[in-house]
Design a protein around this ligand. Structure first.
Ligand code: ZN
Length: 133
């Protein structure tokens, strides 16, 4: 794990939240992207060296829709930048963490991603991400 890559926030309405976060951070979203496999629309903001990812569900059965149903809007995951996602996944598996993916998949913002189940991390969903080269 090298650093926190971004913090993911589940929102009900991306347009409304884009306005809120543009006002909050003083700069507009620099990228919006739909990830069909995950059933989400995402929007990225830069804040100094850090990034915020807003996520809106595009389907009723998407993980984001389920999250909001259960817990309401709010912080959904913390993403860590890793050098080699396959090695990191293997390391975490050996440490006893539950991975939600068998192998990395293509996520938003040009990243390979994999998720660690919040059960083993005090209730926080963890995303690993590695830049696609
Ligand atoms: Zn993310």
């Amino acid at each position: 794990m090298r650093k926190i890559e971004h913090i993911g926030i589940a929102v009900k309405n991306l347009e409304v939240s884009n306005d809120i976060y543009e006002k909050l951070l003083g700069a507009p979203s620099y990228k919006q992207e739909e990830v069909e496999s995950e059933g989400v629309k995402t929007s990225f903001f830069q804040s100094g060296p850090n990034k915020i990812e807003l996520l809106e569900a595009t389907k009723e059965d998407s993980p984001i829709a389920k999250f909001i149903e259960k817990r309401g809007e709010g912080i959904h995951h913390i993403a860590f930048d890793v050098e080699d996602i396959v090695i990191e996944m293997e390391r975490l598996r050996k440490e006893g963490f539950i991975l939600l993916n068998d192998k990395p998949k293509k996520g938003a913002d040009n990243k390979w991603v994999a998720f660690v189940h919040p059960k083993g991390t005090n209730g926080v969903l963890i995303e690993l991400c590695q830049e696609v080269k």
